[in-house]
Design a protein around this ligand. Structure first.
Ligand code: NAD
Length: 470
């Protein structure tokens, strides 16, 4: 049976014999099927991207900017349809799905304003050295399931603006909105410049090992990121890896408990906690611990968990069964160890859908699995601290180094702490804020390279220096 959702290869919408079933995580019912592409489709997509590369990279950057602006406009014109489909396949409430779609359009406009001007490195009596940026070629872009549209658009925006062509693969759990968007925008981009192929987890390794791919832009777990790096080593493909995190939030005693709790709550529970940069460990100074904890519990009791297509739902289900089982396992471990729950902790009611109640844990030890591991779900461990040195040491005691936050009235004190954190981003008095103009990347095992801003764009290029002897 032909699929409603098709892949895009060399400007043509294609079907495959094999298919993948996509389900709605709020009710576990099948939404639709999508093509399950394999080596043959990948070869065609890579060939098409390679063939389109010269002409696309030779276009003036303003023409490529215009392509990004056109895509942004199409996203906005189809906001409602995209938003509904995103909620159905990903689970996030309509309001948050609308934010993701809206932000995707804004993101492209922001990214389109970036530049890759040449830089003069030496201008002396002896020589003139000019550094220019040349696009790497064909990019394989691999996207996870937590922000399927925004992350696809972020990769597409950077690659296309830099002059690369690409083969993009959505997560097998959330390919629908990406494939719908692809169909909507396909006439705005020359054939072969953007190719989108859906497929199971077998497809990623084929992409990262493909000899026709020059760069891999991967967002996903650290475990998979390591496999990507290994696979890409064969021919030294360029790499950007945006991986997992176990971000610490540090709350100093001079804050207003009620105000901070509001932001803190959503920094952990937005998207059901399935955000790489969610606050996954929350350290609160002992003088204000009880007050902040009480406010957080209060909010948790008011926020409704449910099907994201229903009105009034603030937090949707976990996106897939594998992740649901992992979060349940971490909660069970916390119970087995006798840790104290302030709220939640009882998943697995016998109803369809991967729902986990909003769960807050009271001061589990540092070696608790829920503290030491990335939970990627709606479970917030609160830990008490008494000294700044102690909390910095604990925050840094992780193989991850993605982001972190410090909450304080005295922002100078907060910045002093921020400078000692081993992470790529630190926010003071906010969280989750990313911008197309500001580089973002993880330290340690949270990533390799950076996305966004000029630095992110440069990741899609090689530096080339031309020196004229005078
Ligand atoms: P995942 O690593 O399981 O999958 C990510 C993508 O990689 C999917 O498209 C998958 O099909 C593909 N894939 C699977 N095996 C592969 C392989 N061997 N080679 C190449 N590709 C392969 O991650 P996920 O479960 O989809 O996403 C959750 C994880 O992603 C979390 O750890 C989260 O922190 C991380 N994440 C990081 C960022 C960031 O910007 N740093 C953003 C979002 C999510």
């Amino acid at each position: 049976m032909p699929h409603t959702y098709k892949c895009l290869i060399n400007g043509e919408l294609i079907n495959t014999q094999a298919n993948l079933t996509v389900i709605n995580p709020a009710n576990e019912k099948t939404i639709d099927q999508v093509p399950d592409c394999g080596a043959a489709e990948l070869d065609k997509a890579v060939q098409a991207a390679a063939a389109a590369f010269r002409a696309w990279s030779n276009k003036p950057i303003d023409a490529r900017r215009a392509a990004l602006m056109n895509i942004a406009e199409i996203i906005e014109s189809n906001q409602d349809e995209l938003m509904r489909l995103l909620t159905a396949e990903q689970g996030k409430p309509h309001e948050q799905a609308a934010q993701e779609i809206g932000l995707s359009a804004l993101w492209l406009r922001g990214a389109a304003s970036l530049d890759l001007d040449d830089q003069i490195m030496e201008d002396s009596d002896e020589r003139l050295s000019r550094l220019r940026r040349v696009p790497v070629g064909v990019v394989a872009a691999i996207v996870p399931w937590n922000f399927p549209v925004l992350m696809a658009v972020q990769k597409l925006g950077s690659a296309l603006l830099a002059g690369c062509t690409l083969v993009l693969k959505p997560s097998p759990f959330t390919p629908l909105t990406t494939l719908l968007l692809t169909e909507l925008i396909r006439d705005t981009i020359p054939a072969g410049v953007l190719n989108v192929i859906s497929g199971g987890d077998h497809l990623g390794p084929l992409m990262t090992a493909h000899p026709g791919v020059d760069k891999v832009s991967f967002t996903g777990s650290t475990a998979t990121g390591k496999k990507v790096m290994e696979n890409a080593a064969g021919d030294l493909k360029r790499l950007t890896l945006e991986l997992g995190g176990n971000d610490a939030s540090i709350v100093l005693p001079d804050v207003d408990a009620k105000t901070v709790a509001q932001s803190l709550f959503w920094s952990s529970f937005s998207n059901a906690g399935q955000i790489c940069i969610a606050a996954k460990r929350v350290y609160i100074h002992e003088d204000i611990y009880d007050a902040v904890a009480a406010e957080l519990v209060d909010i948790a009791n008011q926020v409704k968990v449910g099907d994201g297509s229903e009105q009034g739902v603030g937090v949707g289900p976990i996106q897939n069964k594998r992740q649901f089982e992992r979060v349940c396992e971490l909660i069970q471990d916390a119970k087995d160890q006798g840790y104290k729950f302030l709220v939640g902790g009882e998943p697995g009611e016998d109803i369809p859908g991967y729902f986990v109640p909003l769960t807050i844990l009271d001061n589990p030890p540092e070696n608790a699995r829920i503290v030491a591991e990335e939970q990627f779900g709606p479970v917030m461990p609160l830990m008490k601290f008494s000294s700044v040195d102690e909390v910095i040491r604990k925050a840094n005691d992780s193989d991850y180094g993605l982001a972190g936050a410090v909450w304080a009235t005295d922002t100078d004190a907060a910045v002093e702490i921020a400078e000692q954190l081993e992470t790529g981003t630190v926010w003071i008095n906010e969280f989750l804020h990313l911008s197309p103009l500001v580089p973002f990347g993880g330290h340690k095992q949270s990533g390799f390279g950076a996305d966004f801003g000029r630095e992110g764009l440069e990741g899609y290029t090689y530096p080339q220096v031309i020196t004229v002897k005078r």
